[in-house]
Design a protein around this ligand. Sequence first.
Ligand code: SAM
Ligand code: SF4
Length: 345
Amino acid sequence: MAAPLPAPPPSAALVDGFGRAIDYLRVSVTDRCDFRCVYCMSETVTFVPKADVLRLEELERLCRAFIDLGVRRLRLTGGEPLIRPGIMGLIRGLGNLIGAGKLDELNLTTNASRLETLAAELAECGVRRINVSLDTLDPDRFRALTRHGDLTRVLAGIEAARKAGLAVKINCVALKGINEDEYDRIIGWCGERGFDLTLIEVMPLGDSGQQLGPSQFLSLDEVRRRLEQTWSLEPLALRTGGPARYHRIKETGCRLGLITPITGSFCESCNRVRLTATGRLYLCLGREQSVDLRAPLRSTAPEDTAALYAELRRAIAHKPEGHGFAPGTCPPAPAITRPMNITGG
Ligand code: SAM
Ligand code: SF4
């Protein structure tokens, strides 16, 4: 039997300047996507040049360094993570770290366009939970919102994930006048399948301001009040270090998360940072601060882990105290110029 792995020394933990331990890394493995969701990217989006993107082995090396320094949860996102060629190799490599006791969770956020063929392999690689973006159950509305998406294929992907034993959470961006008439239906649909649901306030990122007006911002406080007329929402104490507040929907038994980056305050418990496909580390979704890790990654020999660890610690020290979103900053005046597909949510 293999010898138990030694526990990392306490000094291994990544702690920012405000005393917050960083144990959650989100990795945008590509900024590319097969959809063009209206709130995320424009039809004519320019992607980063392929030459600037880290190779998958480089991404894995960075992820492993973060894990050595105390990251216990990893989420792969994008763009659409499952369209990157070779992605299953990275997922398999990282999934092995769960078996080795070095990582607690490897999750994925996906639009589900490729999930039907990949769900079983994801489960086999150690993925246990996935978040799927689904803003509507109406095929025409889905096509209009995603510009390229095929709802039938996405629903088949979700079903394949369920069959493969993956816990599915549905992410739904709340859009005034676009899908606000559907939340009861989506809650019922999730309830029938045992899926948790998270509603997300649309954030003022990138050029979504040119596509969505301020009138499309919908406060989730308002949504919660409306839902309470139909559903019994029991607040849960569960906190994940992020912007979501959770409720149990008594009628379905499923959880409802409300992500309120605009109207909520959650920064004091933030435990996460975001790595882009080009090796840039964003310290806060709602701030522009970032640190390049590609140059130090490429200039340090793979065996010189100490030098890379030192760079990661230096980067984490730049994490700002809180985000800069405020009510009234929603489109068309984006607070952050970088679009969501760069950091992946
Ligand atoms: N392509 C994958 C997907 O759609 O699930 C992963 C990447 S996507 C950028 C991650 C999440 O960000 C999705 O749930 C999406 O709905 C959300 N998102 C994108 N743009 C947003 C915005 N401007 N405001 C709020 N959420 C946004
Ligand atoms: Fe693609 Fe996800 Fe952005 Fe939609 S939200 S365009 S699926 S990256």
